[in-house]
Design a protein around this ligand. Structure first.
Ligand code: AMP
Length: 214
């Protein structure tokens, strides 16, 4: 166990996607894991929110969808991610949080990486029961006064996730790229599971048994 966490902290590029429903704790884990890997955490939700806050045309367009719990159209999202991945810091790898979320986005990511002569190393799925994530999202909304997280919108976001994004896990699984961990538990405990799972993705054989697949 102790070496599996150390063994993921290599200098070699790591190109990883974090998958999981809203409220599963992806954002928290993304920051911790990206720091561990020495790669940028790229969150499409954060980029959209920054654009909303800055009142950019992209933000104005994205907000309509975000407020309704719907996905921003693929064309808009894909263009934004392709531009972001072309920035220098992503050449050494990345941890994508909240992208891809549709099969069209999976295809765009594959194509962007292939044209850069590289590929995904793996997909880490963080799972959590619907009841748990609804409660977490509603608590977070109450704490942060987030108007985009009414119960109706929260339920719609989970519905959209189930319809459009949950199937991506099976697709990545059939490519041998997927490891799943349970996102329910204390942050440190989930991080331990996530690091073990990452080790098994990046260095097969190093931590597979400790990954605690769901
Ligand atoms: P998140 O913080 O990742 O839950 O994202 C917040 C909102 O941004 C989502 O509910 C969507 O409206 C939008 N969004 C983020 N990432 C994507 C994506 N990959 N595709 C479409 N919409 C997205």
């Amino acid at each position: 166990m102790t070496d599996t966490t150390a063994s993921t902290g290599t200098a070699r590029p790591a190109r990883v996607v974090l998958l999981g429903p809203p409220g599963a704790g992806k954002g928290t884990q993304a920051a911790l894991l990206a720091e561990h890997l020495g790669v940028p955490a790229i969150s499409t939700g954060d980029i959209f929110r920054a654009n909303v806050a800055g009142g950019t045309p992209l933000g104005v367009e994205a907000k309509r969808y975000m407020d309704a719990g719907e996905y921003v159209p693929d064309e808009v999202t894909n263009r934004m991610v392709v531009d972001r991945l072309a920035e220098g810091d992503a050449a050494r790898g990345f941890l994508l949080d909240g992208y891809p979320r549709t099969t069209a986005q999976v295809r765009t990511l594959d194509e962007a990486l292939a044209s850069a002569g590289t590929h995904l190393d793996g997909v880490l799925e963080i799972t959590a029961d619907t009841d748990v994530v609804v409660e977490r999202l509603l608590n977070r909304a109450a704490e942060q006064g987030r108007s985009d997280d009414t119960e109706e919108v929260v339920r719609r976001r989970l519905e959209v996730y189930a319809e459009q994004t949950a199937p991506l896990a099976a697709a990545y699984g059939s490519r041998g790229l997927l490891v799943s961990v349970d996102g329910v538990g204390p942050v440190g405990e989930v991080q331990r599971r996530a690091l073990a799972a990452l080790a098994s993705l990046l260095e097969p054989g190093a931590g597979a048994s400790a990954a605690g697949g769901a």
